[in-house]
Design a protein around this ligand. Structure first.
Ligand SMILES: Cc1cc2nc3c(=O)[nH]c(=O)nc-3n(C[C@H](O)[C@H](O)[C@H](O)COP(=O)(O)O)c2cc1C
Length: 366
């Protein structure tokens, strides 16, 4: 069975990213920052569904970043959230973002099968190997410098269960399991759609082997093309194709000046600077996605959107940037806003028609 949301025909896929956590991706003190209340998350996901966006993608976060707001202290667990959003929506793909080190693959297989049944085949799994040391300490699990060895074993257990393999043993070393089984199987065959969030070469190899999509970041659009070529080559080594998704934070306003002013306000003047420092230090320690210079040069991007790329400006500017990303080879973009519910309608009414004109998206009526 095809996945309802991600199976849509739009050339360039769009979704929401991070709306399950306070602040979304922003680390700011402005009063309108996203509070991530359940009713608002449900409402914005329903809006995205009606608008024909393809996916809802949560972040997996277990601890806040301190500072004035302790940004991300409040975040909903993503498997249970996906099940609730599944019954609230009709077509959109609902991803769960699962930490392979923290969630057992036997449990994850059953949870994902559950979401897939509840949603009628719209479940998606985003696999993360984790970033933040204090989260690993809270779980009492050492943070590996080579997380993908465990990740590959994790994926194999998960995929073998959902593929319907009868009772099997696994040799370890990470998962030494006896008489593994699980029912029901997922509706999507042989497993729900998978994505993995990573940047490094080992992370790309993991995605090449396990995932339909990689979710990754870039600093300049020109670097993006190189990432995509590299990812395609790695996927080809496994006789697979892996689509490349990325994330952008959005400030869409009628004029460039209004967008720039608001960006400067929430991501510079009223950023939660202490929390931004913590966030950047943890990311710098664990991820090779940005070099030291990029952290210094693009602090604003970390305050506004966890280092993702800015879509800041008029609808035309944003549509043009999305067209450039499409031309670079990206398959889709996960979007974040300071106030998802307040800002999505303007973005959708102004930018989506421009993307239709540009041939990136069509009508989504099925
Ligand atoms: C776009 C993107 C989104 C990510 N989202 C999360 C997340 O929600 N929670 C988390 O703990 N780690 C997240 N990660 C971290 C990755 O799962 C991975 O552990 C990290 O990037 C280090 O691996 P790498 O060097 O292969 O990139 C994300 C990474 C990327 C690139």
């Amino acid at each position: 069975m095809a996945n309802g949301g991600m199976g849509r025909l739009n050339t360039f896929k769009l979704g929401l990213f991070g709306a399950n956590a306070d602040g979304g991706l922003a680390v700011t003190t402005v009063p309108e920052r996203w509070a991530a209340r359940w009713a608002d998350i449900q409402a914005v996901t329903q809006m995205a569904d009606e608008l024909g966006l393809e996916f809802f993608l949560p972040i997996a976060r277990w601890k806040g970043f301190g500072g004035q707001t302790n940004a991300r202290h409040h975040s909903f667990e993503t498997l249970t959230l996906a099940s609730a959003l599944a019954v609230s929506t009709r077509q959109i793909t609902v991803f769960a973002t699962v930490h392979a080190p923290f969630v057992h693959p036997v449990f994850a297989a059953k949870a994902m099968a559950t979401i897939d049944h509840v949603s009628g085949g719209r479940a998606g799994l985003n696999i993360v190997c984790g970033w933040n040391g204090p989260e690993f300490e809270m779980f009492g699990i050492p943070q590996s410098r080579e997380p993908y060895a465990q990740g590959n074993e994790w994926y194999d257990v998960f995929a073998r269960i959902l593929a319907g393999e009868e009772v099997f043993d696994t040799p370890g070393p990470h998962y030494k399991l006896r008489a593994v089984e699980g029912r029901p199987l997922s509706l999507q065959r042989p497993r729900p759609i998978t994505m993995s969030a990573a940047f490094s070469p080992p992370g790309r190899d993991f995605a090449a082997r396990t995932s339909d999509f990689i979710f990754t970041t870039f600093v300049e659009i020109s670097d993006g093309a190189a990432t995509i070529a590299d990812m395609r080559a790695r996927a080809a080594d496994h006789d697979r194709e892996v689509g490349v998704f990325t994330a952008c934070h959005v400030v869409c306003r009628p004029t460039q000046g209004e967008a720039d002013d608001y960006y400067e306000r929430f991501a510079v003047r009223e950023a939660d600077h202490a929390a931004v420092d913590t966030h950047m230090a943890m990311k710098m320690a664990m991820s090779g996605s940005h070099d030291a210079e990029a952290y210094a040069r693009h602090r604003k991007r970390f305050a506004a959107g966890a280092g993702t790329y800015p879509l800041v400006g008029t609808p035309q500017h944003i549509a043009d940037t999305l067209v450039s990303l499409h031309k670079a080879g990206f398959a889709g973009v996960a979007l974040s806003f300071v106030d998802y519910l307040g800002e999505l309608p303007y973005f959708a009414s102004k930018v989506l028609p421009l993307l239709e004109e540009a041939g990136l998206r069509g009508r989504n009526d099925e």
